[in-house]
Design a protein around this ligand. Sequence first.
Ligand code: NDP
Length: 249
Amino acid sequence: MPAVFSGQVAVVTGGSRGIGRACVLALAAAGADVVVNYVNAAEAAESCRAEAAALGVRAIAVQADVGDAAQARRLIETAEAELGRVDILVNNAGIARAKTISRMSIEDWDDVLRTNLSSAFYCTQAAIPGMRARAHGRIVNIASMTGQHGYVGQASYTAAKAGMIALTKTTALELARYGITANVVCPGSVITDMSSVMSEEYRAGLLERIPLGRQATAEEIAASVVFLCGPGGAFYTGAELNPNGGQFM
Ligand code: NDP
């Protein structure tokens, strides 16, 4: 692939595993210097960083809980200090707590909202001044198909993801004049650690509901991110991309 992102710096929150890791490696393969953010999995983050660096780009790993405003700001400031700028921000970090509304604790609600939704606001806010100064920026939020239609047992998760879709549109409206685009990717089910908790019986039922008959790979979701950040995505802002195998249309 030609180095379309040569000279650009990409920050991927939750870049140590799953979809985030695939985004880091796809952006690095296309020439971007990359920041691998993680919260706990230092070893996985270092392995992703090393794999990206082996592609010939600058790569650093930064531990930060992006659900905390000060730590999210430190992440962006570290990227700017060590790699010089942030051109691409992929707000991907996320957790899920499967509980019905009746059983969900306030703590579970708050944790999911701050990790999945507030994090995107914090990182976006911190990245805006640099992007504005260069009159260029690409923000991609990773929401979920479940944020488009609701899901039993996922009140906090679906509320956060629906919030992320709305946040993306407001970000797009506010920042278009500065050359900054904001788009949201709403994946269906993807093969990662997050989705590995489902039973085989549940998975079989799920596959029946997906017209393409399978889950996505993390790399297929990363391809949407690369598209939105590259020349082909330049006229997209406020858009939802739906790599969901036809499960919701
Ligand atoms: P994984 O569980 O595989 O990875 C989650 C990533 O998020 C890890 O890198 C983890 O870091 C990081 N993370 C979690 N909490 C924080 C935090 N507070 N601060 C910084 N990083 C954090 O998840 P997926 O790859 O499956 O999911 C990635 C995104 O895609 C999520 O937003 C998810 O909601 C969304 N999504 C996933 C789908 C799926 O089927 N898998 C479907 C639709 C959307 P660490 O490694 O340190 O724990």
